[in-house]
Design a protein around this ligand. Structure first.
Ligand code: SF4
Ligand code: SF4
Length: 200
């Protein structure tokens, strides 16, 4: 991706995130920063979300919180290697089986530091659209608790619009972040399938 395209994509996703936050607000979420029972699931992100994240990491690289994130990434990749000793992974391994194992073993997202998200302003769409209304009781009781259906439907609509217009793939957040932390040697090969639009 050339520098100009990257800049355009970052600007576009600032707007996408702003609109997603507004849409979630209208659903009256109980969610707040520091409530993090939902941060024990695997986090996936679109390839188009990667520039805004890496740009943020670059601009905040001296923030002390990221030394803790580095340690968390080592822990996460340790868990990942133990869960998937093979050197190749399918999409199902990466996004479904992993999600269940991560929550059951209470392995937090590597960006969760003292119960706060270290990349809160640029957290991926799947985190922004994972909400609960009224209270967090079901999130606390079940780390695999789903997001509110309206929030999930909103996310699917946004993703589908993107997928219809440009070739789009999904990756796991720790995989996207690893090279930034000098951990590219921890990444196992995953065959990332291109997302296809859903006909409504
Ligand atoms: S989804 Fe649940 S755990 Fe996550 S912030 Fe909202 S209330 Fe808290
Ligand atoms: S990116 Fe932030 S909000 Fe998303 S799971 Fe990780 S810590 Fe939680």
């Amino acid at each position: 991706m050339d520098a100009q395209t990257r800049k355009t994509v970052i600007q576009h996703f600032r707007q996408v995130y702003l609109e997603a936050d507004k849409a979630m607000c209208l659903l009256n979420p109980f969610c707040m920063r520091g409530c993090a029972w939902c941060c024990y699931q695997s986090v996936e992100m679109l390839n188009w979300e990667e520039p805004i994240l890496t740009d943020y990491l670059q601009r905040h690289k001296n923030d002390p919180v990221f030394s803790k994130v580095y340690e968390n990434l080592l822990t996460w990749f340790g868990f990942f290697d133990a869960t998937f000793p093979k050197n190749e992974l399918t999409m199902h391994d990466a996004f479904d089986y992993l999600n269940t194992r991560q929550a059951r073993q209470k392995i937090p997202c590597p960006f969760l530091v003292e119960n706060y998200c270290a990349i809160y302003p640029v957290r991926p769409l799947c985190c922004r659209c994972h909400i609960a209304v009224e209270n967090n009781h079901s999130c606390k009781a079940n780390l695999l608790n789903d997001s509110e259906p309206e929030a999930e439907a909103y996310r699917e609509k946004v993703v589908n619009e993107i997928v219809k217009n440009v070739p789009t793939t999904l990756r796991l957040l720790p995989f996207v972040a690893a090279p930034f932390f000098g951990l590219e040697n921890r990444i196992k090969p995953i065959h990332y399938t291109r997302l296809l639009p859903v006909n409504n």
